[in-house]
Structure formats: C-alpha cells, structure tokens
Design a binder for this molecule. Structure first.
Ligand SMILES: C[S@@+](CC[C@H](N)C(=O)[O-])C[C@H]1O[C@@H](n2cnc3c(N)ncnc32)[C@H](O)[C@@H]1O
Length: 529
C-alpha cells in the first residue's frame, strides 16, 4: 500500500454505510475528520509503544510482571519510633537527593507494617465505583472516585467499636462511607467542599414519608406523559455549552425545567439528581483523565425519535430506579453532611467521639474535580459564576495546579517532601512549574487534617486514608509512606499500610522510574493512641 507524503487519505466505502455514518455524526455535531482522528488516536493509544503525556491513574496496561517482585511481599517488621520521626536518611554529600529519598522510603517501608493485598493493576480497588453501580441508592450517581460499599462495610466491621460512636469521612464525596455507616446504624458525619458532591450525598440519603412517596409516584407518571416543556435557560459558560449538540442541549434543558417543577423539596432534589445523571449521557464528550474527550461511540441519537422524548425516557427510567431503591434501602440515622473544608479547624468544633474515620482525599495527581465534573457543576447550577469556581478551588486540598493558593497550614509540613522531593524536582523539567508547590501544599493540608481530627477521636479509634501514590520528575511520591510519617509526627500510631494494587500515574513517568514498587494505591491505617 503506497502511503505518500501528503496528509490525504482516500478510501472507498459502501454508499449506504457512508450515508448512515454522515447522518449519525451530524446528529452529534461531529465531522467525519474529527471522528476519524479520534478513532486513530484510540487505535494508536492501544499500541504498547505509546507514551501518554497527561497524568492518568490506573491505566490497565499489563505491567504486572515488571512490578511483581518489587512490591513488598508481606507485612514487614514492627514499627520503630526511635528511628526518629521525620528524619530523612543522610548518606553524605556525594549521595544524590534521589538516592536519599529512596533510602528514606526503604526505611519507612521497614518501619511500617506493609501488607500487600494485591499487586495486580486490574485488581478492583477500594476506589472503584463498579460495585456501587449495582447497589441501591449508591447507584444514583456515578462518581468514579467513590468507594466500593463492601470496602467501607469491611472497614467498619473491623474498626468500629460502638454504634454510638461517630463515623467520619472528611473528604466524603458522594457520601459512600456515611451511607453505608447509616444503613448499619451508625451516626455518620461527612465533609466535602463540592456543592455538587454534598447535594448528591444528601439526596442519596433522603427518606420520603408515605405521602411523599405517593406524590413521587404521581410526579413520575406526569413526567412520563409530558411531550415537551419550555426549556430552562442554559448556563453562562460557552465551554460547557460546546459539549452538547444543540437539539440535545435543548432537550436536556426542557427536562431540567421538569426536574424543578415539584413543590416538594425532596422530590425536587431526587429529580435534580436524576437530571444530573443525564448530562454526560447526552453530551458529545465523555469524562477522560483530568477533563473530557470527544465521544466516538454514542448511545443516544441512534434511533429516529425526538431528542426530548429520548432524554425524557432516560430521565423517567432513572426516577423509577430511585423509587425502587427508596423502598429497598432504609436510612437509619440520617448522616450529617457538611458543605465545607475539613482543613478548617473550626469545622470539627462540635464533633466528638469519633470511633472510626475512613476517607480518600483527592490524590496528589493534578486531577481537578471542577474540571472533571464541569458540565454537571454548571448545568446543575452549583456554579453560576467564575467566583463560585474560585471558591471551590480555594477551599479544596492542594492536589492540582489549576489554582494559586495563599500559603496555609505551614506548621504541618513534611521534611521528606520539603528537603528531598521538592529539592529533586527543582532541577527537573516538569509539565507544570507549580508541581513542587502543589506537593508541598498537599502534605501540609493532610497534616492539618490529622491535627484537626485527632482531638475529636476516641482513644484507640482508627482512621483509614486511601491514597494513590504519584510520580514526578522520575521519582515516586509515596503518599502512603509520607502520610504514615506525618501521622507519627502528629502523635498517631501507624497500624499498617494495605497495598491494593499497582497504578501507572503516567506511563511516561512510569517508564523512567527505576523502582516501580511505590507506584501503588493503598490504605494507611493510623490509630489514636
Ligand atoms: C476521592 S473523592 C472522595 C470520594 C468518596 N470516598 C466517595 O465514596 O464518594 C475526594 C473528595 O474530596 C473533596 N475535597 C477536596 N478538598 C476538600 C476539602 N478541603 N475538604 C473537604 N472535601 C474536599 C472533593 O470535592 C472530592 O469530592
């Protein structure tokens, strides 16, 4: 096959196929060229030699053989606190910062009991929403970063002491920890800075009275028979609008108007949540890494029905699923969800008697939740202006580079991060100059959280932090070990580190990293003495 030097590709296809392809692509506002380029990219990305530039977590590439044998095999020796809490290993001036970092990690790995649950990249981790999609109430909104309910249940079974104790999740997301805790009879408190996550968590824990259930049934019937409605106005954000074909955006806005029709607050919340789940389904883009990517496969617009009817039917299906789940899972004590940052000491002022805490902070991998959920945040009216976006970013933990934070929590810094990691990174070519600052801020924030929560915990209470390690400038940022050390500094005991799976933070970084054992997702379990 002659390839030629130009960028032109000419192929002959059956005319019927061509007509159908053009028609479907037009419905999704996509040109043949865009579609082809996306397909080509997907194809090429599946080839083993491809190097990704953007940071991604948990790519299911098969690197198991490379990794196995590197990850610690079993629980290591008992933790010795005499080693000197935050001391980094000093090997003389001639030794590079990188070698000192690795030696420090090795020392910490000896100090903490490390259990390898699995070193398989495809292992279902605690942060895996696949199970939630099959569970009543949990399945109401797909939050990829959410916990698996079974993981939460197992943690609470192992660590919860008494039903009267509080179960805390300081980065509660869509409330998996609190929902599970509440269904087994615990008092639960959850914090999140995202107004959308907070809304979803609250809505998933709604209990309707008998009268409200009847009104909800009636509302569902009404919507199912509606043939059209005046559309709600679109958000003031051109980027968000550009992610939809005009006729489907209009259909979505008609359904949004229906979602806020009920005069019952609980029904309105349920309907708004059902609407939120439609946003990605009917968008021309899907979530991918730290943002969105144009879809190449569509599940909508493939049959000749009016866009409104198609969106409405999907909405009704979601409402019916919710109706069924309301009967199936009863909420015990309604969890106490608080919209706000867990990094503020005052947030915990009225919380005492924490018997167990479980959380997963955003990983230090540059992912920005306001980008990943941008469409839902704006279409759901959680963000109405740039100021709302700024407030969210300013309140969030310093895990990405899309904001400039004023210096805060300087008293909780990690010596290892400041003296070794940032020192090494200052000479490296990084894709963003802000990364060292972000890492420094991330661990100061986690240190502040540990200090905030400790006085509120009961003696002997355990706190599980599920984290993903990252890699920058060819060196691992072993978040699990670094948090273990921060916890020791804050006066906790490190019970163990459970390694759940290997992850590939970015294949480019992964390839140049010498020791791959620290590219992993794990849970650090610490205990208040
Ligand atoms: C990995 S998600 C947690 C998911 C959760 N485990 C679940 O099952 O839904 C991390 C959450 O932390 C939130 N977050 C970021 N900074 C925060 C802060 N300073 N205080 C409270 N929550 C924060 C994010 O909005 C995000 O929802």
């Amino acid at each position: 096959m002659a390839i030629g030097e130009s960028g032109r590709i000419v192929i002959q296809v059956p005319p019927a196929l061509k007509r159908k392809l053009y028609k479907d692509l037009a419905r999704h506002g996509m040109s043949l060229r865009d579609w082809f380029l996306d397909q080509a990219e997907i194809y090429l990305n599946e080839q083993p030699s491809t190097i990704q530039d953007a940071p991604t977590m948990s790519s299911p590439l098969d690197v198991k053989n490379e990794i196995s044998g590197n990850i610690a095999e079993s629980a290591r020796g008992a933790q010795s606190e005499e080693v000197g809490a935050a001391d980094t290993v000093h090997l003389g001036n001639a030794t590079s910062v990188k070698q000192r970092l690795i030696s420090t990690y090795n020392m910490l790995e000896e100090k903490f009991p490390v259990r390898v649950i699995s070193d398989d990249v495809s292992y279902a981790s605690p942060v895996n929403f696949v199970e939630s999609l099959k569970c009543a109430r949990h399945r109401w909104f797909p939050y990829k970063e959410g916990f698996s309910p079974t993981f939460v249940r197992n943690f609470l079974t192992e660590f919860q002491t008494s039903k009267s104790d509080v179960v805390l999740d300081p980065f509660s997301g869509v409330g998996t920890t609190s929902l599970v805790a509440s269904t087994i009879g615990h008092r639960a408190v959850g914090f999140d800075v995202s107004p959308m996550a907070d809304f979803i968590a609250r809505t998933k824990c709604i209990t309707l009275s008998e009268r409200e259930l009847l009104a909800f049934d009636e509302y569902i019937r009404f919507v199912a028979n509606t043939t059209g409605h005046a559309a709600h106005s679109v958000p003031n954000n051109d980027t968000v609008i550009s992610y939809f074909a005009p006729e489907f955006l209009d259909a979505l806005m008609q359904v949004k108007a229906l979602a806020i029709l009920s005069d019952n607050q609980n029904i309105r919340a349920l309907a708004k949540l059902a609407f939120l789940t439609l946003v990605e389904t009917f968008s021309t883009h899907r979530k991918a890494g730290n943002g969105v990517k144009r879809k190449t496969k569509f599940v909508y617009g493939l049959v000749d029905i009016a866009p409104f009817v198609e969106v409405r039917d999907c909405f009704v299906k979601k409402l019916q699923e919710m109706r069924q789940d309301l009967d199936e899972v009863q909420i015990g004590i309604a969890p106490d969800f608080r919209l706000g940052s867990c990094l503020d000491e005052s947030a915990f002022a009225d919380i005492d008697g924490i018997g167990a805490a479980l959380t997963s902070p955003p990983y230090a991998n540059c992912f920005d939740y306001s980008k990943i959920y941008q469409r839902e945040l704006w279409l759901g009216d959680f963000f109405e202006s740039a100021a709302d976006l700024k407030t969210f970013r300013q309140g969030s933990v310093r895990s990405h580079v899309h904001a400039s934070w004023a210096e805060r929590h300087t008293e909780f810094s990690s010596d290892i991060v400041e003296n070794l990691i940032c020192e090494h990174l200052k000479d490296q070519e990084l894709w963003s100059k802000k990364i060292p600052n972000m890492l420094s801020g991330y661990f100061k924030d986690v240190g502040a959280l540990l200090s905030n929560i400790k006085p509120r915990m009961k003696s002997g209470a355990s706190f599980g932090l599920v984290v993903g390690n990252s890699v920058y400038g060819g060196i691992p940022v072993a978040t699990d070990l670094l948090i273990g050390q921060l916890a020791l500094d804050a006066g906790f005991k490190v019970e163990r580190i459970d390694v759940y799976r290997s992850v590939i933070p970015s294949s480019q970084q992964f390839n140049i990293m010498e020791d791959k054992r620290w590219a992993r997702e794990s849970m650090v379990v610490i205990q208040k003495k």
